[in-house]
Design a protein. Structure first.
Length: 129
């Protein structure tokens, strides 16, 4: 199996020893994205909705850099600091997802990097050439 790292300036750089995504022959494994502005590296303001939208846009940029789109995503994992934000998060998330949407798990967690309210990771199947 070959694997290569994906990197794009259109999404925030990794804040630790990990890649934005890893591509194999068949899959793209995207690291979690939070609501950081890619240019400044600063967490955007506006609560869970604004952070969810930015995280989804960041993830879309990583997918694009890997040659994929939301239509290729088969699974997402979502992390919320406050499970009471589920409905607000879900409304934003739904605007980005194709039909049928990917499988998903959503968890409440104690904290996220950079004091983010939401983090989203994805697995995509690479389109065949």
């Amino acid at each position: 199996m070959t694997r290569r790292a994906v990197s794009t300036a259109s999404a925030p750089g990794a804040v630790g020893p990990y890649s934005q995504a890893i591509v194999t022959e068949d899959y793209v494994f995207c690291s979690g994205q939070v609501g950081l502005d890619p240019a400044s590296g600063v967490l955007i303001e506006g609560g869970v909705e604004a952070q969810a939208e930015r995280a989804l846009r960041n993830l879309a940029a990583v997918l694009e850099a890997a040659g994929c789109s939301w239509a290729d995503v088969v699974k997402t994992t979502c992390f919320l600091v406050d499970i009471n934000d589920f409905a607000a998060f879900n409304a934003v998330y739904g605007r980005f997802m194709p039909d049928p949407p990917p499988a998903r798990s959503t968890f409440a967690v104690a904290a996220l990097p950079k004091a983010a309210s939401v983090e989203i990771e994805a697995i995509a199947v690479r389109p065949r050439a």
